[in-house]
Design a protein around this ligand. Structure first.
Ligand SMILES: [Zn+2]
Length: 316
């Protein structure tokens, strides 16, 4: 395994990582690193200690949301050990590429993450059954221009790239995440963010559409609270959502698979494994039941929950 592989840069395609291979050269370019849902360099574990479950208690009259997972693609044969620390290196899984829709009161339509759509990612990853995220939303019966908000869990291409498909959405991202990755002129400040996505975020920010979230346990909208933790990227976040069944936690890549939670094993792509486990422990306290913690790429999400149209399930 070459050094870039050791840094987690193994091609999903299973192609070997040899110097001189065109794909390998790609692996070393800044945009290639996020391609493997990758880790970064800095380590910081601010504010990630598990805290008491009483913080999960919502205000008595908090609005109630419906949570849906929407699938827009599949990446076949992804190595499980790149998702679950210490997993058998021969195991592969067809990972679900998904984002989440929160339907709330008064026409509020919120996405958690927005998938990807740019051709460079399609060319590189060749996902199966790809549907552009805006079309997935449309197919679900919601006009893309009626999406009011997008909460970006982190800046990796497969979560942020689709943000500009939703022309009226306000983009919520942790300030520390944004400032770590996006330069003033839209230049990428770290290899974890793709250059086009850094430019896109800067452009949305310039247009006044980016709302920077100021740290942990911030209620973005009544009934939707953002939590930092997991250290999938510099300041990745996840959300707790008040639903009729209690609090659902949309973990995104702060917990890749159910296996992370079930085996109490950190995600393989984290800047700080201990803080990732602490974040997962905290999710268990925040969620009203463990089944209400929704991982970032587990295809089982679409088996465990009831179908709600093509490629969609309702989380309880
Ligand atoms: Zn991801």
């Amino acid at each position: 395994m070459c050094q870039s592989c050791a840094l987690n840069a193994r091609a999903l395609s299973g192609r070997p990582c040899h110097p001189g291979n065109a794909m390998t050269r790609n692996l070393l370019t800044p945009w290639r690193l996020p391609r493997v849902l990758a880790l970064a360099a800095a380590i910081s574990c601010a504010g990630l200690n598990a805290i008491g479950s009483n913080e999960a208690v919502a205000a008595p009259h908090a609005p109630v949301w419906e949570v849906y997972a929407l699938r827009y693609a599949t990446v076949p044969a992804f190595p499980v050990h790149e998702l679950v620390t210490g997993a058998d290196t021969t195991r592969k899984i067809d990972i679900a590429m998904m984002f989440w829709l929160l339907k709330g009161p008064a026409g509020r339509r919120v996405l958690v993450d927005a998938g990807f759509y740019r051709q460079k990612f399609l060319d590189s990853w060749k996902p199966a059954d790809f549907v552009r995220p805006s079309e997935v939303v449309q197919r679900f019966g919601i006009a893309p221009d009626s999406i009011t908000d997008i909460i970006v869990s982190h800046i990796h291409w497969d979560h942020v790239d689709g943000a500009d498909l939703f022309p009226n959405a306000r983009i919520w991202i942790q300030r520390a995440e944004y400032e770590h990755y996006v330069g003033a002129g839209g230049a990428p400040l770290d290899a974890q963010i793709d250059t086009v996505d850094a430019a896109m975020l800067a452009s949305l920010n310039h247009a006044g559409r980016v709302k920077l979230v100021e740290g942990d346990a911030q209620e973005l909208l009544p009934g939707i609270t953002a939590y930092i933790g997991g250290k999938h990227t510099f300041e990745s976040q996840y959300v707790g959502v008040r639903t009729a069944k209690g609090t659902v936690v949309v973990a995104s890549d702060n917990m890749y698979l159910y296996e992370n939670l079930d085996k109490h094993v950190p995600i393989a792509q984290t800047l700080d494994a201990k803080s990732n486990l602490a974040a997962q422990d905290r999710m268990k306290k925040l969620a009203s039941a463990p089944r209400l913690i929704v991982p970032g790429h587990d295809p089982a999400v679409f088996v465990r929950f009831k179908k709600s149209g093509r490629g969609a399930v309702r989380i309880e």
